[in-house]
Design a protein around this ligand. Structure first.
Ligand SMILES: NC(=O)C1=CN([C@@H]2O[C@H](COP(=O)(O)OP(=O)(O)OC[C@H]3O[C@@H](n4cnc5c(N)ncnc54)[C@H](O)[C@@H]3O)[C@@H](O)[C@H]2O)C=CC1
Ligand SMILES: O=C(O)C1=N[C@H](C(=O)O)C[C@H](O)C1
Length: 250
């Protein structure tokens, strides 16, 4: 059977360099291109890439995906910074390239995907919900894509269940003291040397709290998700947001 021809964009970065090694080690894949900043995107078409794994930064991702989608190259995207406007723009591009698929995964680690699933399940049972994400200090953005997605999922589940707004009578003396509000769910970002990628989702009800915590201790935690995404995206046209769509969560 022929191998899946995979390229990595952002190949010299923290996660990109790990992805290069993971694709090289995968028996059913061939690494056909490894692009860094300043490299020509045409290298992807020259190499006959079927899938591009995009791990750069929010400023670069839209241009890279535009090129890939126009050339029928499927995308597996870990880069953050997604807004409704950006997603709509990508959907429009995909509509003009039928058969091409893009997976955007706010987090490729199974534990983080399960954290989001469990948080969505728990959301309607508690009056209060807050998210704390903790990352290394070289991270480009805040809040993290995972925390944003988690808060959106929690807020949507609460709205669907008809929950009342969260109780909060605080009057804040300093801007930011209550974090950033994502659809009404407070999100707090910690940047600390020594950390990699961690998240807590806190729920509070009368007389009890529930904390769901996930820790990515090494970038290897993201690799099975990236490889799964590459294998599945080639037969999943259009836009898929979230690795959970490619996992059997029962
Ligand atoms: N979805 C997930 O599971 C994960 C997502 N991420 C996200 O991936 C992105 C990258 O994270 P890190 O590797 O920590 O950042 P990084 O800064 O270490 O790596 C980014 C790399 O992309 C390169 N780059 C920038 N623009 C480029 C372009 N136009 N073409 C080719 N290369 C370009 C940079 O030179 C750099 O080497 C961030 O958005 C981060 O949040 C990171 C870890 C896991
Ligand atoms: O920049 C990182 O490191 C990470 N970024 C992603 C995010 O913003 O959620 C995924 C993970 O948290 C690591």
């Amino acid at each position: 059977m022929s191998k899946l021809r995979v390229a990595v964009i952002g190949a010299k970065g923290r996660i990109g360099s790990e992805a290069v090694k993971a694709v090289e080690a995968a028996e059913d894949m061939e690494l056909v291109a490894a692009l860094g900043r300043g490299d020509r995107l045409e290298a992807l078409t020259d190499a006959g890439a079927q899938v591009a794994v995009e791990l750069t930064n929010p400023d670069a991702v839209m241009g890279n995906l535009d090129f890939c989608v126009r050339h029928g190259i499927h995308g597996v995207v870990g880069t953050t910074g997604w807004t409704d406007e950006r997603l709509a723009q990508l959907r429009t591009a995909l509509a003009a390239s039928p058969g091409t698929g893009v997976l955007i995964a706010p987090n490729f680690s199974v534990g983080a995907v399960l954290t989001m699933t469990f948080a969505r399940q728990a959301a309607k049972f508690f009056e209060s919900a807050e998210v704390i994400e903790l990352h290394h200090p070289n991270k480009a953005d805040a809040p993290s894509g995972t925390a944003t997605r988690t808060a959106q999922l929690v807020a949507a589940a609460r709205a669907e269940a008809g929950c009342a707004p969260q109780p909060d009578a605080t009057s804040t003396a300093l801007d930011g003291a209550r974090g950033a509000s994502v659809d009404g769910v407070p999100v707090h970002s910690v940047r600390l040397r020594g950390l990699l990628a961690h998240q807590e989702v806190l729920f509070g009800g009368v007389g009890e709290t529930l904390t769901i915590r996930h820790d990515s201790l090494h970038h290897s935690s993201f690799m099975p998700g990236i490889l799964l995404g590459a294998r599945r995206v080639v037969s999943t046209p259009g836009l898929t947001v979230g690795l959970e769509h490619f996992l059997d969560l029962g």
